[in-house]
Write a protein that binds this ligand. Structure first.
Ligand code: PLP
Length: 430
């Protein structure tokens, strides 16, 4: 596998795929198949017994998905990855691969709303407690840790606050205790590589910037291969105790022998959780997302440079009370943006228009920007969270989440910046 350094190159050439082994086709084929013919009975037995790796059934692996997995793993500087049906599935299964009933994890308070629902309600119903720590002070993670804490969880660039997460600070605390940091890097592909700052696992909603064209839902989990899972075996029982569904295999012992790599996390994720929960990414969606991935480096540059121009414009507007952006914070929070983001500060921009009426009216008057509950599309998008995504929360809860009544969230696309600004300008004037 060639060891390319630049994300633009990795997005096109990362991983082992060079051309289709059957036809020499250069573009990645869609392997739209459920199953694979075994060479012989012995090979089949070996595949099922994990004595050798290969294709068995598309619920667990697929060659089109494999190209995507290898490339995203390379893009993030990880060792291996597993694609799933959505970003939500990636988050849920990531936690289920580390924690079981009676365990807890410590998660940032700055998270995507869907993740908060999963953590506060569904995981709790399954017996996994999620404790929430304000990442403003990384020590808050340590304060909530006990002997049953199995993971720390954060988002690189969470909206609406857009405070960059203290990746190294929290991962250092975790590593001291044998606790891996899981980072949702959905909003910052290419511009941040959490594994380089100590995270053990990175996940993405592929639906957003990596897919980039608003066509397909998908998720992926990348194993950094950089975590000592057996330093304290009791800390990570799911990976260190015999797995009855695989003849008593202990993943931390078996996987390095089988694969030559320190990736028990992602192997168990695939062969146990993907097998049992059945949430794979469809090959056609993997193919769509690969088309997006191939230009993600270029698009992120344009997203970020357009966002900077939009901010410069918004800051001159009297109707805009506050402009929220990673580098608009002060002190330590601003320093984190400088430390962890490179090549741009992201596409997400918040504009506080003062009142809920002003926020809603602005959205209604946009002509080019789409009014959608999404981020990361090549097109510019907008939403008024107080009346939509956060409308189930009380006014106090909205404020705690950073959603002021007049807050408008913009996901700046890759159109010409003059056209984006012209649309925002006319909507503000109206
Ligand atoms: N993580 C983040 C940061 C998100 O913004 C989203 C979706 O908006 C998700 C995860 C969930 O992804 P999906 O919609 O692909 O399930």
């Amino acid at each position: 596998m060639a060891d390319y350094k630049h994300p633009e190159t990795i997005a096109l050439h990362g991983g082992t795929y060079r051309s289709d082994p059957a036809t020499t086709a250069v573009a990645v084929p869609i392997y739209q198949t459920t199953s694979y013919q075994f060479k012989d009975a012995k090979t089949a037995a070996n595949l099922f017994g994990l004595k050798e790796f290969g294709n068995i059934y598309t619920r667990i692996m697929n060659p089109t998905c494999n190209v995507l997995e290898e490339r995203v793993a390379a893009l993030e500087g990880g060792v291996a990855a597993c694609a799933v049906g959505s970003g939500q599935a990636a988050t849920a299964m990531c936690i289920q691969n580390l924690a079981q009933a009676g365990d807890n994890i410590v998660a940032s308070t700055d998270l995507y709303g869907g993740t908060v629902n999963l953590f506060k309600n569904t995981l709790r119903q399954q017996g996994i407690e999620v404790r929430f720590a304000d990442p403003a002070d990384p020590k808050n993670f340590e304060k909530l840790t006990d002997e049953k804490t199995r993971a720390y969880y954060g988002e690189t660039l969470p909206n609406p606050y857009l405070r960059v997460f203290p990746i190294k600070e929290v991962s250092d605390i975790g590593r001291k205790h044998g606790i891996p940091l899981v980072m949702d890097n959905t909003a910052a592909p290419v511009i941040c590589k959490p594994l380089e700052h100590g995270a053990a696992i990175v996940l993405h909603s592929l639906t957003k910037f990596i897919g980039g064209h608003g066509t397909s839902i998908g998720g992926i989990v990348v194993d950094g291969g950089n975590f000592d899972w057996i330093k304290n075996r009791k800390r990570q029982p799911l990976l260190n105790e015999p797995d009855q569904s695989y003849g008593g295999a202990i993943w931390t012992d078996a996987v390095p022998v089988l694969t030559g790599a320190n990736i028990p996390f992602i192997i168990r994720f695939r062969v146990v959780l993907l097998r049992d929960t059945g949430a794979p990414l469809a090959p056609f969606n993997a193919w769509q997302i690969i088309q997006g991935l191939e230009t993600v480096g270029l698009r992120m540059k344009q997203h970020c440079s357009n966002a900077e121009k939009v901010i410069t414009f918004l800051e001159t507007q009297k109707k805009v009370k506050n402009v929220i952006y990673p580098t608009n914070h002060q002190g330590e929070i601003k320093e984190r943006a400088k430390k962890y983001l490179s090549g741009g500060n992201g596409a997400l921009v918040g504009a506080d228009l003062g009142t809920a009426e002003a926020g809603a009216k602005f959205i209604d008057n946009l002509k080019m920007l789409y009014h959608v509950a999404n981020i990361g599309d090549a097109r510019s998008l907008a939403i008024h969270p107080a009346s939509t995504t956060h409308s189930q929360l009380s006014p106090e809860e909205q404020l705690a989440a950073g959603v002021t009544p007049g807050y408008v969230r913009l996901s700046i696309g890759i159109e010409h910046p003059d056209d984006i600004i012209a649309d925002i300008k006319q909507a503000l004037a109206a």
